[in-house]
Design a protein around this ligand. Structure first.
Ligand code: ATP
Ligand code: MG
Length: 558
């Protein structure tokens, strides 16, 4: 797929080393999302890593839904996760698994631990358990229920399963060490009672395993050889090891890596859900969201996202990647692929006085200067055209080289024009301009060699079509939206101008057949893609990126 064969990072080094010592070692990874939200670009990093390792080392990668929490999980999320992974270009084959498929097996494992005297039913409330747990500097206190007999624990655990007890009245806990310096080892909860229906098991269960009790055993059941996790699970590794050792089952090797953080956005599903539910954005796939579906709708390609994940690499230390770097990678990709077209966001009408009344011409335009195979197309020209409002100034400052009274500029692929008159309404607002053109400059150059300092994009008024453009800016105004003062929260850092809708754009007629997902470069304005909100009556474009590469600037200033 991508050029990842030669890639190297500390995880690949570990695997290469293991393969040197054991040539037959199987490489089996998994991507384990919890279906409680849509995937984001951080997940893409994990997907590229887990599926990428399997590809590079001739192994396999499972898709496993870690669906242990019935209160937050939905099948809508399962479907979106599958769609996004496929779209990114990865394939889990037949290996689509669910932690909920292992509920019975996990129950048996728990019974085994109870029989070994390594787990007990505890009647302390959640609050009491928290108090008994101690802190980083003080040891925990043992639960008064810790020394129940195996028989009593087995009976109580069975009764928990059978629905005899209300939510929160009992839990099953591992019996490890309340004074361990690692808080995760202080008799962690393995099961809680939750009388809730599950998206796959329905009402079969009223006790649900915790993530910590489920995750390692699920990896083991699937014969995963490398459990790749993010750094926050480093402290959980001794617990996962303990469970596996007590049960005497296959032991995957857990390796932790640093999660991806990006400037100007948040990556927590809880926060992203809040943005969706409280209508700060239109949906999970709002093009401002850092979700994979949002980026797809924005016009990012799977190749570009994979390339980004490959370039940021895999490391052991936390860091934050500059959003400008992601956008730089996106622009590089679009620059190679996007057809160049002309469209005007804020139209200003121009009448070319010396152009014959009913004349029309077809001018030749280059589709993509980066791709000679993309060829050329014809664009219509006529007496009345539109240019961008911003490209005209009545009283220009000295650095403004675009159109102004008496000044000559080039219309891209067409002619030189000169402004000779301005028509205003009674309030002084400019309604239209009158210009003259020089027929000898057809195609864009003057035979006498005279130069102009600006080339403007334009569309022919009689031929253009109407469109809506949605212009996006950063979703948050702060580099780190989580940094807040006093009682502010991350939503106070939302950028009020992250979306601007312009509904009276005029675009060249070749775009009449544009379909959702198609990408274009509107000359001088940026990269745009057609949004699924497009109807037969109106084409809607999302601006994927402007043409200004902030990363290139940052790089040269370093
Ligand atoms: P959140 O905190 O937003 O709920 P999560 O880590 O709990 O995220 P999961 O669905 O459990 O979300 O994640 C699935 C996999 O993706 C996990 O293996 C997790 O480590 C990985 N992952 C999640 N976020 C990132 C990130 N920002 N960078 C790299 N990997 C990530
Ligand atoms: Mg998680």
């Amino acid at each position: 797929m991508d050029d990842i064969k030669e890639k190297t990072d500390f995880i690949r080094d570990i695997i290469r080393q293991d393969l040197q010592e054991d040539h037959g070692k199987k490489i089996h990874t998994r991507f384990p999302p919890e279906p409680n939200g849509y995937l984001h670009i951080g997940h893409a990093k994990s997907i590229c890593l887990n599926f990428g390792l399997a590809q590079d080392f001739n192994g396999k990668c499972n898709l496993r839904f870690d669906d242990t929490n019935p209160t937050k999980e939905e099948s809508e999320y399962v479907d979106s996760i599958k769609t996004d992974i496929c779209w990114l270009g990865f394939d889990w084959g037949q290996r689509e698994y669910y932690a909920s498929d292992y509920f019975e097996k996990l129950y048996e494992f728990a019974v085994l631990l109870i029989k070994k005297g390594k787990a007990y039913v505890c009647d302390l409330s959640a609050e009491e358990i928290r108090q008994y747990r101690g802190t980083l500097t003080t040891p925990g206190k043992e639960s008064p229920f810790r020394n129940r007999s195996a028989e009593e624990n087995l009976r109580l655990f069975k009764e928990m399963r059978d629905g005899k007890y209300p939510d929160g009245s009992k839990v099953l806990r591992a019996k490890i060490d309340m004074s361990s310096p690692n808080i995760n080892m202080r008799d962690p909860v393995m099961y809680r009672i939750l009388n809730k229906s599950h998206h796959r098991t329905g009402n079969k269960w009223c006790i649900y395993p915790t993530y910590d009790w489920t995750h390692g055993q699920s990896d083991s059941i699937e014969n995963i050889t490398y459990s790749i996790c993010t750094l926050e699970f480093e402290d959980h590794r001794p617990l996962y090891d303990w469970f596996i050792e007590q049960l005497g089952i296959h032991h995957p090797r857990q390796i932790e890596f640093a999660r991806l953080n990006l400037t100007y956005t948040v990556m927590s599903k809880r926060m992203l859900l809040e943005l969706v539910e409280k209508n700060y954005v239109s949906s999970w796939d709002d093009p401002r969201m850092p979700t994979i579906s949002g980026m797809r709708r924005r016009g990012y390609s799977p190749e570009a996202i994979r390339n980004f994940c490959s370039q940021i690499g895999v490391a052991k230390a936390d860091s934050t990647v500059d959003m400008a770097f992601l956008e730089h990678i996106i622009r590089e990709d679009l620059n190679k692929k996007a057809m160049r077209v002309m469209g005007v966001l804020n139209p200003l009408k121009i009448i070319i006085d010396n152009y014959p009344e009913d004349q029309e011409e077809e001018l030749t335009a280059i589709n993509n200067p980066e791709d000679p195979d993309a060829g050329t197309r014809k664009i219509p020209f006529s007496k009345i055209i539109y240019i961008e409002k911003d490209d005209f100034m009545e009283n220009p400052p000295s650095k403004f080289f675009r159109l102004s009274p008496g000044r000559e500029v080039r219309l891209r692929y067409a002619y030189f024009i000169k402004c000779i008159d301005i028509i205003k309404d009674k309030d002084g607002t400019i309604l239209e301009l009158h210009c003259t053109y020089d027929p000898s400059t057809k195609g864009g150059d003057a035979p006498d060699g005279r130069k102009v300092k600006a080339t403007l994009h334009w569309v022919s008024a009689g031929h253009c079509i109407q469109a809506e453009a949605r212009l996006y800016d950063k979703l948050f105004i702060k580099e780190n939206p989580l940094k807040t003062d006093g009682d502010c929260n991350f939503k106070d850092n939302l950028n009020p101008d992250s979306l601007r809708i312009i509904d009276s754009c005029k675009i060249e007629p070749s775009l009449s057949s544009a379909k959702p997902g198609n990408i274009y470069q509107f000359e001088r304005l940026g990269y745009f893609c057609v949004d699924p909100d497009t109807t037969n009556d109106k084409i809607v474009f999302n601006r994927t990126a402007t043409l200004k590469d902030e990363w290139a600037k940052i790089k040269t200033s370093i």
